[in-house]
Ligand binder design. Sequence first.
Ligand code: DAH
Length: 340
Amino acid sequence: MSENDLIQNVQQTQKEFELALDVAKDAEAIEALRIQYLGRKGCVADLFKSLSTIPSENRKAAGQALNQLKTNLQTALDKKFDNVKNINTSVNEFDVTMPGNWPDFGRLHPLTKVTREIKQIFSNMGFGVADGPEVESEYYNFEALNIPQGHPARDMQDTLFIDEGFVLRTHTSPVQIRTMESKQPPLRIISPGRCYRRDTPDASHSPMFHQVEGLCVDQGITFADLKGVIQNFAQQLFGSDVKIRFRPSFFPFVEPGAEYDFTCLICRGQGCRVCKGTGWVEISGAGMVNPKVFEHVGYDPEKYTGFAFGMGIERIAMLLYGINDIRLFFENDIRFLQQF
Ligand code: DAH
């Protein structure tokens, strides 16, 4: 090899090295390049071998070029290595306390969450879940529940009529009848679902809303059982310091009938705007199943007794989460829904 050839080789090697160094992005890649070029069997070592084949009086320029190449490569490798190390360890340019970009997750609607919780609590007390249609016959929605023709609950103001004899159910109580028609006592069920009434929406009314119905029938069931179940439910959902109270009231399908209240969860009974200063919030109605209802489904009222209760799911959710307007549940504003 002539001296000029060697000098050309040196220049070529320098160029190739620069290209390779450019794409080396981490410490390992740089180390691999160091071995490839400056290692004992590397390119530069090969060039030095070639140099020794050139007669010594002709080697001066090539020798200088080769030494220069070796220094260039060493400096470039060291510099790049320092760069990479600094990028990896530098904390100044990267704020680890900055919140990341979260993808939008789907989530359960607050009413779904509350319904699941209610189901779980009653399931622990041995209640199964029953279902019924939302388009219901007047017979199941009214008649079988001892709400005769002409009763104010059938008023055109309240009920959404579908066809002759059919309505959008105004409560979940018809599921009581359907369950008793298809099963014999003892039975213990709850039935959550949608209900409809001809109401103009405002902060506490919605033409579509949700109830849970409860029904327990067996020999020897008393009002004390009803109170025990409601109390247990209230304390499991809202905490052990919650108290319940029953006030005499009238519903055609129970006798005696009552409305029941929980101590206000917002003020814990002290009196506030939500409970209008009374310390109590009304939940719904309950009572002992009216023997007339048993007659409709063919149960022997001399043999069996039972209790039934209703519950507004929106009302429970509003108390649980401190929500003051029922319309929020149905507007599907993502800013509201994201909070649950
Ligand atoms: N169905 C009633 C309503 O919609 C609530 C209710 C009251 C249910 C008393 C019951 C009950 O089971 O015993 O307002």
